[in-house]
Design a protein around this ligand. Sequence first.
Ligand code: KG4
Ligand code: ZN
Length: 352
Amino acid sequence: MSIHGLDKEKLLAHEDALILAIETSCDETSASVIRGGKHILSNVVSSQIEIHERFGGVVPEIASRKHVETITLIIEQAVEQSGYKLTDMSAIAVTQGPGLVGALLVGIVAAKSLSLALDIPLIGTHHIAGHIYANELVHELEYPCMALVVSGGHTELVLLESEGNFQVIGRTRDDAVGEAYDKVARALHLPYPGGPHIDRIAVEAESSITLPRAWLEADSYDFSFSGLKSAVLSVINQSRMKGLVLDEGALARGFQESVIEVLVTKALRSVKHYGAKQLLLCGGVAANRGLRAALTERCNVEGISLLIPPGTLCTDNAAMIGAAAHLKLKRRIFTNLDMKADPGLSLEQWSI
Ligand code: KG4
Ligand code: ZN
């Protein structure tokens, strides 16, 4: 039967389909085995943070080289931990984009080789669809729902009117929120990635320096964080020029309060406007304690159902790629072997 035929015994019931998913879009090499799109049998993540830390950010060439060095081992571990064999897999999923092109390529080459060697379908998957469908690994989704995607590369409000149908209703016009966190942390000489460090000192701070909020046009769901970042840098520069001791905790707290107020307000307004039944928080910045607490409190008050996956499923991992790929597997939508890495892959075009 053809490579994309689903009448193979192992693919007969998609509830039992085993997806081997691979994620190499940035600085995490990850492989996972997912059963039926919901059950995580393994999710191995190898982080390169220690290597990139000394450069203060991800160095794309080093990221690609490290993916090459570790990918085979990570895939082997993921398959072994799943309790199944490579030959039991029903399909191979891989992040096609967005991400660093050289890093994506490593996962894609591995996925294509496995698809060809095992004679099973390939599913090129959108990274942000993965972040959003990480929620399905822990909760049942109800439509329409709204996803607030906050990561190192993305800040978006995404409306899902039905399963796998993505409509981006708001996006950042400049820096992504995680990027703003990392830049502010760098200015405060905190290690990379800076988000968790700002989060920690902000939570511990006793006072707060008030900083501007970028609301943009009244009806806009877009975001902007570059003005806030400049305001933080200006406070740091002024205190240095005047020879004053900077209260870094108060500055971090002021920055975090500004970010959170804008994110929470716009997310809740969008939920009400579009009649969403659930609000899904996704992406690496979803680990932020201040954001989680503020969203939880506001959603409780407003009676909105809020879903937040555990931290390990918020940061980059292959299980989330498997969860999103399952949407395509269910509908027998597969990717040709001439698929290319696409750093600018559109979420809306990836929709079902
Ligand atoms: O989703 P992710 O793992 O990778 C991308 O796809 O970008 O997100 C990484 C981002 C980094 O910018 C990191 O600083 C941020 O998530 N981050 C946080 C926290 N933990 C991770 N930002 C704020 N507070 C945190 N606790
Ligand atoms: Zn990500």
